[in-house]
Write a protein that binds this ligand. Structure first.
Ligand SMILES: C[S@@+](CC[C@H](N)C(=O)[O-])C[C@H]1O[C@@H](n2cnc3c(N)ncnc32)[C@H](O)[C@@H]1O
Length: 352
């Protein structure tokens, strides 16, 4: 990632002495950027990457991250679940994004960031589809591949809540999928949306994809599961309802053009709805199983009873012909013409 002049407002300008000549300031920032980067990325066996997980007695990799709001902590199962989920969403949407990026991506030279990329399935598929553009995936949990990836894709370990290790106005397109349960509303409004807007170039696009927690035509057990999940999210201060909250908070951040775009798709769940419905019910039941511990606690049932609850869910969706909604929200970063100041990630400002 090269150092770049940015045109942002003075509020985000790094607080270095104004007496220093411009060339010195730039050199200091480059040095800082390098040290920030090298502490964030690790490629060898002793690296901070591996500190993010440990092995359980059963040999499964488990997250160590204390601030993780992830419901499913077992890494290998989580990777498989997310890859399956990617296939499901690809089938539902018949595309990987909705923002008007096709031409830019095809023409080449575009820079794309996928935040909370998980196993990097979206990032890699996009990198393969648009070989002339470059793709970066970041996740605070290093479950992304470190070797098997296209040449135009790379992955870094970073926590967006600590600030992303990129300069302002770097990316043409910033994507974030299924992270709604990862942040409190305060984090979402004060850190996540401003940080995504900061690293997006003026005129670039930010896109979110999320799914509803509630089902249409819910049976009683499905309702119990959804309510328990809602309770869990409420207890953690996680935002709701998603479909109005995300566009509203994008608009109130004032970095995006007015009228955030919202697209919606519904997915029927169950064998009754054919192959896609079958894929959905398989994915969702495995998803519910992956969060057995927190969900059984929230529902006040024994873990063994919870397995039965999940089985009943799978039967109910057939009986009630359930469905759920998924959304894409996308907005274009406002272009301004003023200021030629160099600005920095918020993490640099904190360390001043
Ligand atoms: C449900 S997964 C979605 C993964 C991927 N976006 C996808 O659609 O397949 C959420 C991911 O966000 C990551 N994550 C959660 N909080 C994060 C944070 N503060 N900074 C960076 N990544 C985060 C998790 O480690 C996890 O891999």
């Amino acid at each position: 990632m090269g150092i770049k002049q940015s045109k942002r407002s003075s509020s985000a300008i790094v607080n270095i002495s104004k007496d220093k000549p411009d060339v010195l300031l730039k050199a200091e920032k480059r040095k800082k950027f390098r040290s920030f980067r090298s502490s964030g990325i690790a490629l060898d066996g002793n690296s901070p990457l591996l500190e993010s997980w440990r092995f359980s007695h059963g040999g499964k990799r488990i997250h160590n991250l204390r601030n993780s709001k992830l419901l499913g902590p077992i890494i290998d199962e989580e990777v498989e679940r997310l890859q399956r989920q990617h296939r499901l969403f690809k089938r539902i949407w018949q595309s990987n994004y909705s923002a008007p990026m096709e031409e830019t991506l095809k023409n080449g030279g575009a820079k794309i960031l996928d935040v909370g990329c998980g196993p990097g399935t979206w990032t890699i598929e996009m990198a393969e589809s648009y070989p002339k553009s470059s793709f970066t995936g970041v996740d605070f949990s290093p479950i992304f591949p470190q070797e098997k990836k296209p040449l135009n894709a790379k992955f870094l370990q970073a926590n967006i809540l600590d600030g992303l290790p990129f300069l302002d106005d770097t990316f043409d397109f910033v994507h974030m999928r299924l992270l709604v349960t990862a942040f409190t509303s305060k984090e979402w409004e004060e850190k996540v949306i401003p940080e995504l807007a900061r690293v997006t170039r003026q005129g670039g696009w930010v896109e979110f994809m999320e799914s509803d927690i509630h089902y249409f035509n819910e049976g009683p057990t499905t309702q119990r599961l959804s309510n328990a999940l809602m309770l869990f999210m409420k207890g953690k201060g996680i935002l709701q309802p998603i479909d109005s909250y995300i566009p509203n908070s994008m608009e109130s951040c004032e970095k995006f053009e007015k009228e955030i775009k919202v697209e919606e798709k519904s997915c029927f769940v169950g064998k009754w709805a054919g192959e896609l419905g079958q894929l959905a019910v398989d994915d969702i039941t495995k998803g519910w199983a992956a969060v057995k511990l927190p969900m059984s606690t929230m529902m006040d049932v024994k873990p063994s009873e919870y397995d039965d609850v999940v089985q009943i869910f799978a039967k109910e969706v057939e009986q009630y012909k359930s469905s759920f909604k998924t959304w894409r929200f996308f907005g274009q970063k406002i272009s301004t013409t003023s200021s030629s100041a160099i600005t920095t990630p918020s993490s640099w400002e904190q360390s001043q």
